[in-house]
Design a protein around this ligand. Structure first.
Ligand code: PLP
Length: 424
């Protein structure tokens, strides 16, 4: 769209009064690069929205989707219906997952997978004779999508304000404190708590790797109190932390794992839940029972075909391990930014994602500082993701040192511009 022309597209998480005439229209992508409609090239340092793990423009995925379209574009999977790509993908993800004897439930993205996991957790307790176990616990700084339940258990207050009453029987505990979780379970009463939700590395909330020992400690608390441990690996999966489901880096055994984004690298929408045998058992054995929950496009064959081709690429090019190989180089490339007076800290080092946190005084004086930094960086040909008080990066897993150097240089220039503006 030309500058000055008003869009009709209502952008997610955007102030439309500000962006109605200033959209950046992305037209084309190839590997780590995207181009806007004017032909300007950018390094996609956030893999779109933390999802383009294999990079853009992979013909192989396009061909797999086209081949599926020629056979069967779509068919529902409700009741006893299935399709071959959905079956094949479920079997493959179950085998790749760290859970024994896993089952896979498919939806369309991260937020609906969070709703699925939460409802399944509550129904599990109801079906096993504990209908009072309904309480859901999330963490400060957490992001679990913008559907009803994800909004209610998310830990970014701005995302939950103004919508009136949210889902009841939910609470939020300090993101870094196992004691806070234990105290909350005691306060609510373990016999009323269904599940605890945890991102292995907090992503959209600002890239916060867990403190040493945190993941093991909360897993132990959940085990002791019977609370289901639900790992949200929507960002952390498919190589972002150097493993398939992100959580394998810690010696813990979750009850449910939520995935989306990197499962298709975003080529088509897909998300879902890996379900442990503990949770699936009452539904899959004996007389069973119906999980009265579904999305029209659950198990969509073209989306599953895209995921299968994406997994082929991740495996063949060993991109899952690459996430771990790249975590230090990324962290080290950005570390020099921390010496700027405009920067409070650089976070990262666990997985191929990082954040540059701006100085709190600067953000107080210039509330739009993070967006300004993202815009300055973009002017230098690199797209990063603005957060409330900093920017995040999570490049495609195909990136190399030259891309990290370009990213660091663009951010350094952007930070210097902010620094100069703050002084003047
Ligand atoms: N969970 C996490 C950790 C996420 O980062 C996101 C999205 O960024 C979601 C859930 C929601 O996913 P979606 O936007 O696909 O609904």
């Amino acid at each position: 769209m030309l500058a000055g022309m008003e869009t009709r597209l209502w952008h997610p998480f955007a102030n439309m009064a500000q962006v109605r005439e200033t959209e950046l229209v992305i037209e084309r992508g190839e590997d780590v690069w995207v181009w806007d409609e004017r032909g300007n090239r950018y390094l996609d340092a956030c893999a779109s929205l933390w999802y383009a793990n294999v990079g853009h423009g992979r013909r192989e995925i396009e061909e797999a989707v086209s081949a599926q379209f020629r056979k069967l574009e779509s068919y529902a999977t409700y009741g006893d219906l299935a399709n071959e790509p959905a079956n094949r993908l479920a079997a493959r993800l179950a085998a790749l997952s760290p859970l024994d004897d896993a089952r896979i439930y498919f939806g369309l993205g991260g937020a609906d997978a969070i709703d699925t996991a939460a409802k399944l957790a509550r129904l599990y307790w109801s079906e096993t004779g504990n209908p009072d176990r309904v309480h859901l616990i999330g963490r400060t700084r957490a992001y679990h999508g913008s559907h009803g339940i994800g909004t209610s258990i998310g830990g970014i207050p701005a995302n939950a304000s103004g919508f009136g009453p949210l889902v009841g029987e939910t609470s939020i505990v300090d993101w870094s404190s196992p004691d806070a979780l234990a105290a909350e379970i005691d306060a609510v009463d373990a016999d009323r708590v269904a599940a605890f939700f945890m991102e292995p590395v907090i992503g959209a909330g600002g890239v916060y790797p867990p403190p040493d020992g945190y993941v093991e400690a909360v897993a132990e608390i959940c085990k002791r109190s019977g609370v289901l441990l639900i790992v949200d690996s929507v960002i952390c999966g498919f190589g972002r932390l150097g493993t398939w489901f992100g959580i394998e880096r810690w010696d813990v055994s979750p009850d449910l794992i939520v995935f989306a984004k990197g499962v298709t690298s975003g080529y088509l929408p897909l998300g879902g839940v890996v379900v442990s045998s503990r949770v699936s058992e009452p539904f899959w054995s004996g007389g069973g029972t119906i999980f009265r929950h579904g999305q029209t496009y659950s198990g969509h064959p073209a989306c599953c075909a895209a995921a299968l081709a994406n997994l082929d690429i991740l495996e063949r090019e060993q991109l899952v391990a690459r996430g771990r190989e790249l975590e230090r180089p990324l962290f080290e490339a950005l570390q020099p930014l921390a010496s700027s007076s405009a920067v409070a800290e650089v976070r990262g080092g666990t997985g191929f994602l990082a954040a540059v946190e701006l100085d709190p005084d600067l953000v107080r004086e210039r509330p739009a500082a993070a967006s300004e930094l993202a815009l300055e960086t973009r002017r230098r040909g690199v797209i990063v993701r603005p957060l409330a008080s900093g920017v995040a990066v999570s490049p495609p897993l195909t990136a190399d040192q030259s891309h990290l150097d370009l990213l660091a240089a663009a951010l350094a220039d952007g930070v210097a511009t902010l620094e100069a503006a703050a002084v003047s």
